[in-house]
Design a protein around this ligand. Structure first.
Ligand code: FPP
Length: 254
């Protein structure tokens, strides 16, 4: 039987880090005879709701996939519209995020963004750097393969500089150079919009994430739908490669 949504808040079964692919904005708009950007605008409202609810629930890190490395291939008008939305959202939301003690971090290849957007990002990160209610990570021009590739490049540079021996390259050395190496890996990976794909999101970091797919289109995803995902997570037995018996006899997680 499904647990009641309120069980989702049980602290010992709460994910520390939730990563979300916010899919379905375009379909939400099409179903209403609206242009795609109207779906993205409504998607931003859902972002606000889910950020607030994450703070209420006591989630430590929330990572949202806002713009993938592959999204540049969308029609130029939609890309322009998304960039405008990011800029205006940064301007409009940062003060409120700050008041709610939310720290903002943008992950991804930011050098591809307009200099003005890059400056705005740096300023928003600086302003919110000391906040501790929630770390909100927005993945923008991000791809899981890009992340692993840039970490590999950083390893190669360290070897070339003579500060790292090739023999010292192990999983920990690579993981330390990924985008949010200072945070725990996502425990719960949610994708809205009915598709069951990871779509080049946090590939390395989601190795042991619990996957949760739901049919709600992102603009419809609300606190109740989020609580259902958290409740589903609370029921999962996370084994990290061990057996169920090992966990039942109390052998600790590696
Ligand atoms: C995927 O839906 C959504 C995106 C590529 C953009 C996500 C952007 C937002 C939620 C709004 C702004 C967010 C921030 C953080 C400023 P889709 O367009 O692929 O939908 P479809 O599959 O129905 O076409």
């Amino acid at each position: 039987m499904d647990p009641a949504p309120e069980e989702a808040g049980t602290p010992d079964r709460l994910p520390r880090h939730v990563a979300i692919i916010m899919d379905g904005n375009g379909r939400w708009a099409r179903a209403r005879g609206l242009p795609r950007y109207a779906g993205h605008r409504e998607g931003l409202r859902a972002v606000r709701r889910i950020v607030e609810h994450s703070v209420e629930r006591g989630i430590g890190v929330l990572t949202l996939f806002a713009f993938s490395s592959e999204n540049w291939a969308r029609p130029p008008m939609e890309v322009r519209m998304l960039m405008k939305l990011f800029m205006s959202a940064l301007r409009a939301e940062v003060r409120r995020l700050n008041e709610n003690r939310v720290r903002l971090r943008i992950i991804g290849e930011r050098s591809a963004f307009a200099p003005r957007l890059q400056r705005q990002i740096a300023e928003a990160e600086r302003l919110t750097a000391g906040n501790d209610a929630l770390l909100l990570q927005i993945a923008a021009n991000y791809g899981g393969r890009w992340d692993i590739t840039q970490a590999a490049r950083a390893l190669a540079e360290a070897v070339q500089a003579g500060t790292l021996a090739p023999q010292a390259i192990d999983e920990a050395a690579l993981a330390a150079r990924l985008s949010f190496a200072d945070q725990p890996d996502p425990d719960l990976f949610i994708r809205t919009g009915g598709e069951r794909r990871i779509s080049n999101f946090v590939l390395w970091q989601a190795a042991y994430a619990e996957l949760y797919f739901c049919d709600s289109l992102w603009p419809d995803f609300d606190a109740t739908a989020y609580d259902l995902a958290l409740a589903d997570f609370a029921r999962r037995q996370r084994r990290f490669g061990r057996t169920g018996e090992q966990l039942e006899t109390g052998e600790a997680r590696p």
